[in-house]
Design a binder for this molecule. Structure first.
Ligand SMILES: NC(=O)c1ccc[n+]([C@@H]2O[C@H](COP(=O)([O-])OP(=O)(O)OC[C@H]3O[C@@H](n4cnc5c(N)ncnc54)[C@H](O)[C@@H]3O)[C@@H](O)[C@H]2O)c1
Ligand SMILES: [Zn+2]
Length: 353
């Protein structure tokens, strides 16, 4: 599935996802400047956002660029409509290739616009946030928000290629960077203890944006997500493990107004404590998870509107009967999906033995 090729400085690494909706090739350690060599189509149109354009449009190949604004508020059908309009103005036909260069929002909008314009045209991504490199660009989920509901409308479709250049992360705000590290800790915690140990040893270098360490981390995370996704492309079982920290995290995100990764960090702490209450995880392991999240500048204390979240979770769509499915850990590197009752969750949240 994965292979390496020596380049000057870094080693370009390639991961391939073979999905029902097509194959995706992910190149980790490629440079934005080399992008043109991946574009052989007659007509390519870039989709990006205003921040990314400000920093990097000078390095884009000289082809048309469609800009969307920034923030979760632009991930809408209105924005997708404006993309269609501009594609029509550019006389883009079925042979057009759409290239999303930006964070998860640009990737999700590009993938959805490409999957629907003229019943589907080819597309690829250059993810420019850490979260998009290790998560949003991998796995073939595309879509937009609708009526205030996140990712309500979308399709599964694999980008033809994904190019991850760790160098673009130097302009990323620190909180956005931390948000990406939350997903990275998640990958290690659910699937690979040796990767978790690697993160413990190399967190400082990763935060200092050491290119070799970042590349290794992005690669390892993509391999884990790609592997899980390949086994369960449309989220019937295995893929649910990627929701570690997200059941509680999503409920918190809605009420607390914090970054996604920060909410997931607290959600992972809740799931970790639930795992201890089920005798699946030791106190020592909890300590390791808490320390690693803290080193990455992520919140670990459950200081939040607990009653409000319990209420939200009680109405959660993942709820079945008197329980909610949570991803727990049976040791670092091993995830299991278990049904938790609201009473069990309440005890853990309030620290009741
Ligand atoms: N499709 C999936 O499987 C999947 C998975 C996870 C998340 N997502 C989606 O991804 C979105 C979040 O993605 P995100 O965290 O990348 O957010 P984002 O796209 O909003 O990017 C975060 C911010 O960083 C800016 N930015 C991007 N790259 C930059 C760079 N190199 N330098 C400076 N600034 C830069 C952006 O303009 C934005 O302001 C959510 O909408 C989420 O639903 C999708
Ligand atoms: Zn997430």
């Amino acid at each position: 599935m994965a292979g390496g090729q020596q380049r000057k400085g870094l080693t370009l690494k390639k991961i391939e996802i073979q999905g029902d909706t097509g194959n995706s090739q992910i190149f980790v350690g490629e440079r934005l400047e080399n992008l043109a060599s991946y574009l052989h189509q007659n007509q390519v149109v870039i989709i990006t956002d205003d921040h990314v354009a400000r920093f990097y449009q000078k390095d884009f190949p000289k082809i048309p660029v469609i800009r969307i604004g920034t923030g979760e508020g632009v991930k809408t059908l209105d924005t997708v409509e404006r993309v269609y309009q501009q594609l029509i103005e550019l006389e883009a036909d079925r042979s057009v290739f759409l290239l999303g260069i930006g964070g998860g929002i640009v990737c999700d909008v590009t993938g959805f616009a490409a999957s629907t314009y003229l019943r589907g045209v080819r597309f690829g991504y250059v993810p420019t946030t850490l979260l998009a490199q290790v998560d949003a660009s991998v796995g073939g989920k595309t879509g937009v928000n609708f009526m205030g509901y996140k990712n309500m409308v979308g399709v599964f479709n694999q980008p033809e290629f994904v190019i991850c250049d760790p160098a673009v992360l130097k302009t990323l705000p620190r909180r956005e960077l931390a948000s990406g590290f939350a997903e990275i800790v998640k990958h290690a915690a659910i699937a690979d203890e040796s990767y978790f140990t690697y993160l413990e040893k190399n967190a400082a270098n990763a935060l200092a944006l050491d290119p070799d360490v970042l590349q290794q981390i992005i690669y390892d995370s993509v391999v884990i997500k790609a592997d899980i996704v390949s086994r369960d492309e449309t989220e019937k079982g295995e893929r649910r493990k990627l929701n570690f920290g997200h059941t509680f995290g999503h409920a918190m995100e809605k009420t607390a107004g914090i970054f996604h990764g920060e909410a997931v960090s607290i959600g992972m702490m809740v799931a970790t404590l639930l795992s201890v209450s089920k005798n699946m995880l030791t106190e020592n392991e909890v300590g390791r998870i808490k320390s690693l999240l803290s080193v990455f500048n992520l919140p670990v204390e459950i200081e939040t509107d607990k009653a409000g979240i319990l209420d939200a979770l009680a109405r959660d769509k993942k709820r079945e009967g008197d329980g909610i499915y949570f991803v727990l850990l049976s040791g670092i590197g091993h995830a299991v999906v278990e049904k938790i009752t609201l009473a069990e969750l309440e005890k853990v949240l309030y620290g009741i033995p």
